[in-house]
Design a protein around this ligand. Structure first.
Ligand SMILES: *[C@@H]1O[C@H](CO)[C@@H](O)[C@H](O)[C@H]1NC(C)=O
Length: 238
């Protein structure tokens, strides 16, 4: 079974604040296994141990200790509970178009070039080419000095997962500036018809502010979305 991605939402459903605190939390997940299939998984943890879980493929609740097994037996006979789990599964299913048509489309990276002081290297300066929030993971960053690709004094991170479908990557070029030199970061990605060049001089403060505002708006939107989901879930189980 290949999991293409998942949306997850985490709800802390009980907290006892005592010196020897006991802590429980639940994780509700839609796992999108193919364009036709989805697994709805509801897991309850108690003091970090898996206590019980609903697996939509299995179609029943499983308990992982004596007490949990008792509860599971009761839940598996509870028509209302089973009906609710079916509804949650259907909700996951209804998200399939969103996941495969919208979210799986290539998303162009936001690219930022920054100049920093190099420490301890052979060169006094370092340029960082950062690509943020792209999808899918495969990407190629390279450096051009006066239009010619350079591989020396270049270091790159792996693609780092943001945990929200998107990735970021950073490439570093150590260099000694020479007058009139143009340095560019070349980005190749599925979201781009052709390689895109980002020139060092082009990045000024106003560009940076635009990104900051866009990021804040996106974050706010996400927060509202997640809050809405949690509210929906609370209401529909309560
Ligand atoms: C859910 O149940 C199916 C069918 O028994 C099983 O193949 C799958 O591994 C289970 N998934 C999890 C995460 O337990």
């Amino acid at each position: 079974m290949r999991v293409h991605g998942f949306l997850s939402l985490l709800g802390v459903f009980m907290v006892f604040s005592r010196a020897d605190a006991l802590f429980g939390h639940g994780v509700l997940r839609c796992l999108f296994t193919s364009t036709e299939d989805v697994l709805y998984l509801e897991q309850v943890y108690y003091n970090r141990l898996l206590f019980g879980q609903w697996n939509s493929t299995l179609g029943k609740y499983t308990g992982y200790n004596e007490k949990a097994k008792e509860i599971a037996d009761a839940l598996n006979k509870d028509k209302k509970f089973l009906h609710q789990e079916q509804r949650n599964f259907n909700k996951c299913k209804s998200l399939i178009p969103l996941v495969f048509d919208k979210l799986s489309k290539p998303v162009e990276p936001t690219v930022k070039l920054t100049l920093v002081k190099a420490t301890g290297g052979r060169h006094p300066n370092m340029l960082v080419c950062s690509a943020y929030d792209f999808y899918p993971k495969l990407i190629q960053l390279s450096w051009l000095r006066n239009g010619k690709e350079t591989k020396t004094d270049v270091l790159s991170t792996d693609e780092l997962s943001n945990g929200n479908w998107f990735y970021q990557i950073h490439s570093y070029l150590e260099f000694t500036p020479s007058p009139g030199e143009k340095i560019s970061c070349k980005v190749e990605h599925a979201s781009l018809m052709e390689p895109k060049l980002y020139d060092w001089e082009l990045f000024d403060e106003s560009e940076r502010n635009k990104f900051a505002v866009g990021g804040a708006v996106l974050l706010l939107g996400l927060l509202v979305f997640v809050a809405g989901l949690i509210f929906y879930k609370r209401n529909s189980t309560g």
